[in-house]
Design a protein around this ligand. Sequence first.
Ligand code: TNX
Length: 530
Amino acid sequence: MKKTLWTLAIGGLLALGACQTSPKLSESGLIPLPQQITDGSGKFELSNSSGIKLVGNSERLTRIGEYLAEKLRPATGYDIPVSYDAGEIVLELTGNDGSEAYEIQVTGDGVKITSSGEAGLFYGIQTLLQLLPVEISNSSVQNVAWVIPQGTIQDEPEYGYRGSMLDVARHFISVEDVKFYIDQMAQLKLNYLHLHLTDDQGWRIEIKSWPKLTEIGGSTQVGGGPGGFYTQEQYKDMVAYAAERFITIVPEVDMPGHTNAALASYAELNPGVNLPNGKLDSVNKAPLDYQMPLKNPQASELYTGIEVGWSTFAPKLELTYAFVDSVVREISEITPGPYFHIGGDESHVTEQDDYVYFIERVQDIVSKYGKTSIGWDEVATAKLLPGNVAQFWAKEENAKLAKEQGNKVLMSPAKKIYLDMQYDSTTRIGLHWAAYIELDSAYLWEPSTYAEGIAKENILGVEAPLWTETVTNRADISYLAFPRLAAMAEVAWTAQDKRTWEGFSKRIPAQGKRWDIQGVGFYKSPKVVW
Ligand code: TNX
């Protein structure tokens, strides 16, 4: 009798304890933080009999369900069948309007994700994966109770463009590493991957009508390594891989500056006299005859350093536009997304009049092939076509010029979200010309108030670029991008009044555990108790 009482008492205490420590939905390590979380009581537990039930009409629905099942099977060891018949996890598509908003209801009987768009369902799935114990990220079976706290989440992004950029030109980044990055972006609900495909040091995309671009221009990189390039087939493969994860690729061909790799590949594109080191004279600017076709054109030399702003196409040479036309046509044909990035930054040796003329002609070419131009903020010194976008990185006055023309701004302030900036003076790679950016600094800013005069209605979205002068492999990418990309993702997704550094710094350790399990070597910022 006495023993039974004790057992009851201890059992009761244990139950109480379990109840107290049972996590709440609102205490889950969700990044980016959803707009609204309502706690319930109790939990739902995934079991060997759990499956995924699809509701709605879309040929993609089965693939979306399979994506979730494939994320759940390895660590749980469960079958997780996907069907239109039964399942405790319901994926319900109520329309097909492209919406990114979703709702999740967790009850004792199961989980239901609802959206009127396929993208919304996909983001609901990302949230669901973060609601499960972090061990769900393992690729082998884990002995864990797969519980989710009950409650409701209603969520939608603040900005429709949430992106990151990989500079695959300074150091070439392999298809596998780009796919790795795409998978990481998907977990953070980012939806645009901008590939900086060309620069002084390398040309990284096959152009069939100008084959020497990759043959010569793709043959090296910063520091003199072997470089590399994507065939059009490989590019299409990355585009499809990204699209499967609701990520749109934005290709960039940077021009008229940052073009030495092209100038090294084709002598006839070169403006004026070539100096022995392949550079134009930056004091005297381009020589007088630089707009004329050269009699005996000489290709510039390949370049493996990291200086910027010294190369230029010849804006008054007609061949330049025939070249740009072919490049834009071939890339546009294999790019389903709406944007084509024309670069336009740091053209310090292009006369301003010529720069404006060049940008305006290139915008017309891009528009002829059905794409919308994005350019670095300097392009706003030209007359932008309606709908074209200026990517703010440095100069607020350029962002203002874009706004005054009625064009939108993509926010990439270097002092906040340049992923190649060092965390502090001891960071083993990276640059610091804009700032040292610790995790809290990367988090603590607001796109709609950052640049004077640029408000939410002027902003297309937010993008975090990773320049790769000092980045050579996946470990380097991971170290600089994470956790700052997670901070950026929340800045772009979650309304300002809902997010705080304190909250983020408590939620990011769960993401850190997921990265550890996935083998992502992220920076363990001292600002966080990991
Ligand atoms: C500036 S940002 C550049 C890039 C460099 C980067 C390094 C921009 C539009 N141009 O060419 O890679 O700084 O941080």
